[in-house]
Design a protein around this ligand. Structure first.
Ligand SMILES: [Zn+2]
Length: 107
């Protein structure tokens, strides 16, 4: 059984990113390198934290802007990667797992 990463859509997490009590798994996604319970813990100012969904969207945008590098390419299906990054076509497919539809991606 695998679980889908809510940031990049990769269907390869060992545990759900968040359990039924919304507690994070602290697993690091081997595709986008997001760590649940750490990268979603963003303090804007004293005691004011960014919403979890907002941290996901922000991280996703930054990851796409960097060219969707794969954190652990040795564990990621070879046919979907090029130069340790996701192939664009596959990245678009993978994001559909989390209902993100990229319409303005070049290449
Ligand atoms: Zn991910």
């Amino acid at each position: 059984m695998t679980y889908i990463c809510p940031i990049c859509g990769f269907d390869g997490l060992d545990e759900p990113a968040y359990n039924e009590f919304h507690d994070p798994s602290f697993e690091i996604c081997l595709c986008c390198q997001f760590q649940f319970g750490d990268d979603d813990d963003v303090e804007l100012e004293n005691g004011l934290f960014m919403k979890r969904e907002e941290t996901h969207a922000m991280y996703r945008q930054a990851w796409i802007a960097k060219g969707t590098p794969i954190f652990k390419p040795e564990y990621y299906p070879q046919q979907f990667q090029f130069n340790d990054s996701l192939k664009k076509k596959h990245m678009i497919e993978q994001l559909k797992n989390i209902r993100i539809y990229q319409t303005n991606i070049k290449g």
